[in-house]
Design a protein around this ligand. Structure first.
Ligand SMILES: [Zn+2]
Length: 321
């Protein structure tokens, strides 16, 4: 098992509604809010912890694959924690303990073997967790906007939520701190490639991202918080030579979605050496809102297309096997 390269997936997480990812109320002064958002202790700025994003993507994929409740404790009893079978796509992509021994290869089906390797005693192991999700911090634009909207040094709004007493109909307001709608966070995810087959895991990741857009991130999702969209998505591939030689030319842009100027939307598809350009609306100057709408439709389309792309074939030429 040897590292062949890394896919770097980056872009922005745009909050369509207020976002609440809970921090700890500890250390807050008395009378402070009891539902604070998590903040970077150095800058005091709210952020999206990589662990929150990763955990949500994992659970969405587990539900999709019917893996929920399939986890097993060491004595074999079922748990309702994450799947820990050690050989499914979810486990390989999101992680199980690195030396997690599964079964002898002959006890598994062909399709279950594609991401695994055998250890010296013939048990299968999934190897290192393929996916790394970095913490997502607010973009420069968003920091400026917060200052305009909320005032200097204030990055969040307080939303009052009411629990209604069913007998007396008395309202019991509860303050909830959240990042305002319209905020953007810069995300980065990395998928390590050890096997040729690992590239297929990208499909699962894009499926999870598409599922998240119709689900929610953070707390109180069913009450309207945490609706997010992925924007300005870019996928790069860095073969292992990139890290050895430091040669930036080894890095390969696989795909990127961006608005250029006001009216042009461009999609690069350089894995085939070609560049595709999509003009938003020919000959017509678009307002930014219209542009954003078209961009959205394309990203939505691409997220579903990404999950259909045969990454194995597309990028074979970049791998040294
Ligand atoms: Zn599993």
């Amino acid at each position: 098992m040897k590292l062949k390269g890394k896919y770097i997936i980056s872009g922005k997480i745009y909050c369509k509604t207020g976002l609440h990812i809970g921090g700890t109320a500890e250390g807050f002064e008395i009378g402070g809010i009891d539902n604070p958002v998590i903040r970077d202790p150095l800058t005091d700025l709210p952020y999206i912890p990589g662990s929150s994003l990763k955990g949500k993507l994992r659970s969405l994929l587990e539900w999709k694959e019917g893996k929920f409740g399939k986890g097993r404790k060491s004595d074999g009893t079922p748990t309702f924690g994450p799947c820990n079978c050690g050989h499914c796509e979810v486990c390989v992509l999101f992680g199980t303990p690195p030396r997690h021994r599964v079964k002898k290869p002959e006890e598994l089906e062909e399709k279950e073997l594609k991401f695994l390797t055998a250890d010296e005693e013939g048990y299968t192991i999934s190897g290192p967790t393929r996916l790394t999700v970095r913490d997502a911090f607010p973009s420069e634009d968003t920091k400026k906007r917060w200052e305009q909207w909320l005032g200097e040094g204030i990055y969040t709004e307080i939303k009052m939520e009411n629990a209604i007493d069913r007998v007396t109909s008395e309202a019991n307001p509860r303050p909830m701190e959240r990042v305002p709608a319209g905020s953007e966070f810069e995300f980065q995810m990395i998928v390590d490639i050890y096997h040729e087959n690992d590239k297929k895991l990208l499909k699962s990741l894009f499926t999870a991202m598409a599922l998240l857009e119709d689900s929610s991130l953070g707390g109180s999702g069913t009450r309207g918080h945490g609706r997010v969209e992925f924007r300005d998505i870019e996928v790069k591939f860095r073969p292992v030579e990139y890290y050895i030689t430091g040669d930036g030319k080894k890095e390969k842009l696989v795909i990127s979605v961006k608005i250029e100027g006001e009216k042009r939307l461009i999609v690069y598809h350089t894995s085939k050496g070609e560049k595709k350009e999509f003009l938003l609306k020919e000959g017509k100057r678009l307002t930014t809102t219209e542009g954003k709408k078209e961009e959205r439709e394309l990203i939505k389309h691409l997220l579903s297309e990404f999950s259909k792309i045969d990454w194995g074939l597309e990028c074979r030429s970049t791998l040294s096997t």
